[in-house]
Design a protein around this ligand. Structure first.
Ligand code: H79
Length: 428
């Protein structure tokens, strides 16, 4: 089958470019903008059909006086995250960075700072990789045409043409290009560009509206090592995106393209919305979050877990608590995450567990979701295991034969004091 390609890069070169990301597995998403002030979802402007005038109060008063990205970086790192992707601009159009091409930016609010510059410096200093989320959609720019996702979009689509008189997507395309050029030029090395999102169709926007082909070429030229997600609507090309991005749902199995397993990263929230939401009560608990991470790696993917900082510039205590608890688990169990992937297909998944596998060390990790009573059977593993131990304390787990002559482990009666204990099996 003929492959349509944009770049001259071999599969091997691509794997090298993505090697750090495949190894690291776990990153932090950060959604921060004016919407942290209403604190009721980052789509509030659309959901409540606010005009620019109604939304202006947030811009006039935006003053995150407690912003300290060093503390954010510390918390991300302590949770075991290795990279972070921040919203430089979300759909509302507000830029956290200092752009020459708009006045609608943080430097013109009471905080008067390039928040992205400080973010990049702080996260780099902690040894974390840095990514930029950039919204292709813009609900503030006067040339962005009103369509199905715009706050001012009327229910009757025949009214779009009238409303869009005076709006010029050519100018908006120039704006996109100019801003992405700034982001790819003014902040040093950038590891990820996370564009969001395309919705091709009659009342939507896609590659021709953004000029995606030109954008992706410019981005890769300015940042040759960068990874780019798949939301520029360039799916017809084999290399129109480096990884797919299942958002807020669980993939049934490792995603494929033309029958081949592909790179993927699921992005997930703590509580449903991405921006800070004061009143949301649907927060996932520690076990759910750990299962999310482990299950993702067990299917060969990455997890980008989101925090929505408050308008004062802090992580909400509910986020801080959860990051802290994940960090406690990661401190002793990260070996089952970093450098790991799906277990070989011939290995049977034991009951109530999730498997990950490190192909370099040939170690298999059994995550015990429901702690079994004493005997734990590993069907089909007889003669394949050299040594078994708990990962959190490196204590030996004795192996024995089952009645059927298979392999079983002798676990202590009491569950070790951690949410999901992990058994490390050193394979022959
Ligand atoms: O930034 C976060 C979200 O705000 C943003 N992506 C994450 C990372 C996002 N929110 N929703 N979506 C992406 C997908 C939304 C799809 C829909 Fe529609 C918008 C469904 C209905 C309105 C666009 C228009 C697709 C169908 C109609």
């Amino acid at each position: 089958q003929a492959q349509k390609k944009i770049f001259n890069e071999t599969d091997e070169q691509k794997e090298q470019r993505l090697a750090w990301w495949v190894n690291d597995r776990f990153g932090m998403f950060i959604h921060w903008g004016l919407y942290s002030m209403p604190a009721r979802h980052e789509w509030v402007k659309k959901y409540e059909k606010m005009t620019n005038e109604e939304y202006q109060k947030y811009f006039d008063l935006f003053n995150p006086d407690l912003y300290n990205p060093k503390e954010w970086a510390r918390q991300a790192k302590a949770a075991g995250m290795k990279y972070a992707v921040i919203t430089t601009k979300h759909h509302e159009g507000f830029c956290l960075f200092d752009s020459k091409f708009t006045d609608y930016k943080a430097t013109n609010t009471p905080i008067k700072k390039d928040l992205i510059k400080e973010f990049v410096d702080a996260f780099r200093a902690e040894g974390l990789k840095v990514g930029f989320y950039y919204s292709l959609i813009d609900w503030h720019h006067p040339d962005f045409t009103i369509d199905g996702v715009h706050p001012q979009s009327p229910s009757d689509a025949s009214k779009y043409a009238e409303l869009n008189k005076g709006r010029d997507m050519n100018k908006y395309r120039e704006y996109l290009k100019n801003q992405l050029k700034e982001l790819m030029t003014n902040y040093g090395k950038i590891d990820i560009l996370w564009a969001d999102f395309s919705y091709p169709g009659e009342h939507g926007k896609g590659k021709d509206d953004w000029n995606s082909l030109e954008l992706i070429k410019m981005i890769r030229k300015l940042q040759p090592g960068i990874l780019i997600n798949n939301r520029l609507d360039l799916e017809e090309y084999d290399d129109g995106g480096d990884f797919v991005t299942p958002e807020q749902y669980k993939v049934a199995e490792w995603p494929t393209r033309n029958g081949k397993k592909i790179h993927w990263e699921t992005c997930q929230t703590f509580s449903g919305s991405w921006g800070y939401h004061r009143d949301e009560t649907s927060w996932k608990d520690n076990k759910q979050l750990l299962v999310l991470l482990i299950e993702t790696v067990s299917k060969g993917g990455n997890l980008l877990l989101n925090v929505g900082p408050t308008s004062r510039g802090l992580f909400d205590y509910r986020a801080t608590d959860r990051l802290h608890d994940m960090g406690d688990w990661m401190t002793v169990n990260s070996r089952s995450i970093y450098g790991c992937t799906q277990a070989p297909a011939d290995i049977k998944v034991p009951e109530n567990s999730l498997l990950t596998y490190n192909p370099d060390t040939k170690r298999l990790y059994v995550h015990l979701l429901d702690y079994p009573l004493q005997r734990f059977e590993l069907p089909g593993m007889k003669g394949k295991v050299k040594y078994a131990q708990f990962l959190h304390d490196g204590s030996e787990i004795k192996m024995r034969s089952t009645d059927k002559g298979d392999l079983a482990l002798e676990l202590p009666v009491h569950k070790p004091k951690l949410e999901i204990p992990v058994i490390e099996l050193v394979l022959q």
